[in-house]
Write a protein that binds this ligand. Structure first.
Ligand code: ADP
Length: 383
């Protein structure tokens, strides 16, 4: 349409390229131009942010050395560019992202009208190129996002695998250590070497803590892998609670645990898992209220649901932390250096209760204490 012998479009690689080289597309029917293809790439040194239109040999001569440089093959061997037009392509951001160049072997080819027409075409091309670059950027950002996601999933998988192996590996030696310590404790109490007894009991206490942590890790990795086994049966809550309290009584603490309410509820669920949840709640109530002397346990039934509440008289939990504490690995910073724990107990308990089609929650008042509770349906379908 412009009457050119050839048209070259130079454009930048999208910004993700480290080296912003100009690519080019050439359109021509002229065999002269085709004979000089190699030189055409050299035209990229001519890219400016100005429109240039040369129509006569004189103008060309003036610009010749500036534009075509010395030794330009396009004007040797019988073929010479005599009409030339260069229109920069400027992106929305004002950056020159390319250039359209037209050339012809004859003078006077590119009129003012031709320039306007080319400017129109270029402004449309700019929109298209801008969009293409935007699209490229979007695609590459998405690709990067997917790559990172894949990497994170892979790392997460490895972490889970590591946790699973580490907790399994720790469990056996720690459990046998506990066994040996118990034998030793019995032996020492029987034979009367009383001086060692408190030391053995302290060691026992520490081993219990390690077992508790290892169990949390083990439960977490089983939970994540969907391998936490549940065996549903009907059982009396009073029996489970008695076991829980007996279990906790083995540990050293000064709190008085008092039970209120209806102890006759029979619930359907996994007895060991429910016991694990209750122990976790009572353990926390004791652990996080070191200056208090009481923990209250409330039992009730309401509209087909069984409810268990554990109330402590500790410092309570700030409002903004109430949701966070049920998250995996969350530990209240005010406690983390004083108490042992991995921030897994409430998360695991919450998941166990969910598996029983129930809900878990907390109410807390700062300075007064907290009440953790769960409800599960009395009559539920185990699946
Ligand atoms: P851990 O006890 O190992 O930190 P949990 O998941 O059982 O893990 O508890 C998460 C966090 O919730 C604790 O670090 C603590 O900050 C807070 N928390 C739990 N129970 C209580 C409680 N009874 N009183 C005050 N804070 C509590």
């Amino acid at each position: 349409m412009s009457g050119a012998d050839f048209g070259i479009l130079f454009y930048d690689l999208p910004a993700r390229s480290i080296q912003r080289e100009h690519l080019f597309a050439l359109s021509t029917n002229s065999s002269d131009v085709q004979d000089h293809l190699e030189d055409i790439t050299g035209f990229q040194t001519l890219i400016t942010d100005q429109v240039i239109r040369l129509t006569t040999r004189q103008e060309l001569t003036k610009y010749n050395s500036k534009i075509f440089g010395d030794g330009n093959a396009a004007r040797s061997e019988g073929w010479i560019v005599q009409s030339f037009m260069s229109v920069p392509i400027t992106s929305k951001s004002g950056e020159t992202i390319g250039c359209l160049m037209l050339g012809h072997g004859q003078e006077g080819i590119f009129t003012k009208e031709a320039e306007e027409m080319v400017l129109g075409v270029v402004s449309q091309a700019t929109v298209a190129l801008d969009n293409a670059m935007l699209f490229e950027k979007l695609v590459s950002a998405n690709e990067e996002k997917e790559r990172l996601l894949e990497k994170a999933t892979e790392q997460n998988f490895r972490k889970d695998e590591f946790l699973s192996i580490a907790s399994h590996e720790l469990k056996t030696p720690v459990t046998s250590m506990k066994g040996y310590l118990q034998i030793l404790e019995k032996q020492v109490s029987k034979e009367g070497n009383g001086g060692y007894l408190p030391l053995i009991q302290k060691a026992n206490k520490q081993v219990n803590k390690v077992i508790h942590l290892v169990n949390d890790l083990l439960n977490l990795s089983k939970l994540e892998a969907g391998k936490l086994q549940y065996n549903f049966s009907d059982f009396k809550i009073s029996e489970v609670l008695a076991d829980c309290i007996a279990n906790i009584k083995n540990a050293e603490y000064k709190h008085n645990i008092r039970v209120f309410g209806d102890q006759n509820s029979v619930i359907r669920g996994d007895r060991n898992r429910i016991e694990q949840v209750i122990i976790n709640l009572i353990d926390n109530a004791i652990k996080y209220s070191p200056d208090a002397t009481e923990v209250l346990i409330g039992l009730s039934e309401d509209r087909g649901y069984f409810k268990l509440e554990v109330r402590d008289f500790g410092p309570g939990i700030p409002e903004e932390k109430l949701q966070l504490i049920f998250e995996r690995y969350y530990r209240g910073e005010e406690n983390s250096y004083k108490t042992s724990g991995l921030g897994l107990g409430l998360y695991i308990s919450g998941e166990i209760i969910k598996r029983h089609q129930g809900r878990m929650g907390v109410e807390s008042e700062q300075g007064k204490g907290s009440t953790f509770w769960f409800v599960i349906p009395l009559d539920q379908d185990p699946e």
